[in-house]
Design a protein around this ligand. Structure first.
Ligand code: MG
Length: 354
């Protein structure tokens, strides 16, 4: 007779694709679009449910098709795990399924952290040692547009004290001048790799520095490493890597090229690696921003769990889409407000997984 009876619960993964619609067309140096594909994930263990999300901007190469294909493989990997949940072990098994697929991996990571927080009855930010008592001011994005469109966006941003302005076209100075006629708010500039000449970029950065711009993100294409290092060395403003730094392994070579990094869960494969990136970037004395793609309050609430640990917050994703499918962090007086719910603090506002 068996005396050592063991029984365990299997983690069950469910996922469903969705197309988010922008409130208005969204244009950056990579192109213009009206919608953005996402996939929602659900991890279930003994009636406790963790939620996650993958968001796939087209320029990063993932799609509904690739994410669903990857998650089918993840499903069979997850079936092998039992309690207690070892986040590092599970995520490293998920990571080794296949290279790339960063957003798909993030959707598992987020759901796993949500599940873990709910099992232990703690908000994720508490488990990360991130206090929620400080003011968490977020930037509000002003995409590329003609002057009347830019003016309208500035009006919409009236609650926000930081504007994140998308540049990288021949109209850059005109856009900043339109903004400065209406507002003296702090500006972060994101060129999205749009400037290709280092002398032009440095001249632009000096011009921007005289207009209360506080940082410049990804001024040059990520492949232009020497040129970017040259700009950073001479720049009066911090130069932040976005497209150039996706995961922890990109940080080492970025430390002598950029002043800081913009961490996004859809690049970093989720919270687990994002936390390691924060720790290593601090060791390198680099500046830190937490950002997001166009995504719902699910993935953005997850990213917000790290907001108290960084220098700049750019988490306005849910404000740019027509329909949010989750209730999560709130936006008030230009700040994000974390809640005390266990896990990532986001729950679907409808039955997403029927
Ligand atoms: Mg960016």
């Amino acid at each position: 007779m068996k005396t050592n009876l063991q029984f365990y619960f299997i983690v069950k993964l469910t996922f469903v694709p969705q197309l988010l619609k922008f409130k208005r067309p969204f244009a950056i140096a990579h192109g213009m679009r009206n919608t953005t594909p996402v996939v929602f994930t659900k991890l279930e263990l003994d009636g406790i449910i963790g939620y996650g999300e993958a968001s796939m901007p087209p320029y990063l190469g993932e799609s509904h098709e690739s994410v669903l294909k990857f998650l089918k493989k993840a499903e069979s990997v997850l079936k092998k795990y039992k309690l207690p949940i070892d986040i590092n072990a599970i995520l490293s098994a998920i990571d080794s399924i296949e290279a790339g697929n960063n957003a798909a991996k993030a959707s598992v990571d987020i759901a796993l952290h949500d599940l873990y927080g709910k099992i232990h009855n703690h908000p994720s930010h508490e488990l990360f040692g991130a206090s929620s008592n400080q003011d968490l001011f977020t930037a509000y994005t002003i995409p590329m547009d003609e002057p009347p469109g830019v003016e309208k966006r500035i009006e919409e941003a009236s609650d926000y004290r930081i504007l994140k302005v998308k540049l990288g076209s021949t109209d850059d100075k005109k856009i900043i001048e339109v903004i400065r006629k209406k507002s003296d708010k702090m500006i972060m500039v994101d060129a999205n790799e749009g400037w290709t000449d280092k002398y032009f970029a440095l001249e632009m950065i000096h011009w921007l520095a005289e207009r209360n711009v506080v940082l410049v993100e990804q001024p040059m294409p990520k492949e232009k490493i020497d040129e970017t290092a040259w700009i950073t060395a001479k720049s009066p403003l911090p130069i932040i890597a976005d497209e150039a730094v996706k995961r922890l392994s990109d940080l080492e070579k970025a430390k002598d090229v950029y002043s800081g990094i913009n961490i996004k869960l859809m690049k970093s494969t989720g919270l687990n690696e994002a936390r390691k990136m924060i720790a290593l970037a601090r060791q390198y004395e680099m500046k830190l921003m937490i950002g997001c793609m166009s995504e719902t309050s699910c993935a953005v609430s997850a990213a917000a769990q790290l907001a108290p640990l960084v220098d700049w917050i750019d988490l306005d994703g849910p404000l740019l889409i027509q329909e949010d499918y989750f209730d999560g962090i709130k936006f008030s007086d230009g700040k994000i407000i974390l809640n005390d719910l266990p896990g990532i603090g986001a729950i679907p506002d409808r039955d997403l997984f029927k």
